[in-house]
Design a binder for this molecule. Sequence first.
Ligand SMILES: Nc1ncnc2c1ncn2[C@@H]1O[C@H](COP(=O)(O)OP(=O)(O)OP(=O)(O)O)[C@@H](O)[C@H]1O
Length: 383
Amino acid sequence: MSEDEDLDALGVKPGAVLISGKTKYVVIKLLGEGGFGAVFLVQDMVSRERERPAFALKVEKKLDSRRHSKLKMEIAILKAVNSIKQCGGEEKKDKAERFLRHFTEIIDRAKKDRYFFLVMQLVGKSLADLKYERRERVLSLGTGLSVSHQCLEAVQCLHDVGYLHRDLKPANYACGLKDKSHNIYLLDFGIARMYKKRNVQGGMEIKTPRDTVLFKGTVRFASLACHRNIEMGPKDDCESWFYLLLDLLVPKGLPWRRESDKIIVQKIKESCRKNPDMLFNKIKCEEDLTKIFSYLNNLEYTDTVDYEYIYQLLEEAGKNCQVDLSAPYEWESLNPSSPLSLQPTSPISPTSPLTPTSPLTQSSPLSPIPTSAGHGGQDSIKK
Ligand SMILES: Nc1ncnc2c1ncn2[C@@H]1O[C@H](COP(=O)(O)OP(=O)(O)OP(=O)(O)O)[C@@H](O)[C@H]1O
């Protein structure tokens, strides 16, 4: 039985009302489902606002005690990330603001007899969808480099608070809605892991690497260490981020895009280390990107990543290719009636969220195309 059918049996389906304290959420539709639960579009039924607020509600069935709750991890991470707000000093505040914009806000959470749910800020289409919707199947150089910069900021923040994501890919990043359409969010911390622990002096130190580790993540974007069952560190998230960047930018995509076999993909990734030209398909900023790639390839598990150096190389890539990294993204300049537009075509009706005339149509930003479907070879291995 699929996870979705399970949730259906629990009564979590369109039309259902989920209660948390005084708030009632009506389930509008399924946004997507993954290995351990599903995400639904919901509306706050109690709100008196003209346009009822819409959120994403992530639900997970209560698990037997042997399995880790992915939702708990998700909440722990979003809380840890938010704790950087408390850091003092103007410079730190600036940095916190720059970082925090990449994480969805927690709105509510609740524990029921048979499931948990987390209500969070609703975001728009994933980078996988945005890329897929382009005729060329890649983002423009300006948008791609600037978006990748934001994607790396999110990773840096996660690493700063002691976590690795371990499943970075375009499907796990999304742009914001309405006035947040220039903002990129990092989603899905289902297989994240704490890689630091508190030492006796009260400081944080990197955990001793385990001898062998099971493959986790997505074959297309996994780092070589992950293929080799070696403990992953911050540099491995950065390697996955680099594959993501290439996936967004390089026409025809990654050299192993048509392969799903882990061993074959590993072999091609190994050849690319020796011969990086294979990765770039002659894109304009190849030289600067090669510098990033060789920098990342020389890092070890315990190394601290010099993110500033990578940001600088991304900026240089932009300058060398004469693209403006501060320009609006492709999806921001589209006209509102276009199916790619992220602006809602009309508000969600406060009176009848479930009527057939509801504006939550396929072209609405509130109905992202399920990211796991249709783009091939990007499913996560989470167990
Ligand atoms: N805050 C959100 N707003 C809108 N859509 C969201 C939000 N969070 C997740 N989604 C969408 O819901 C779907 C599943 O989300 P997510 O990847 O977080 O869950 P998952 O169960 O861990 O999935 P998977 O196993 O595929 O990685 C994805 O299509 C994602 O884009």
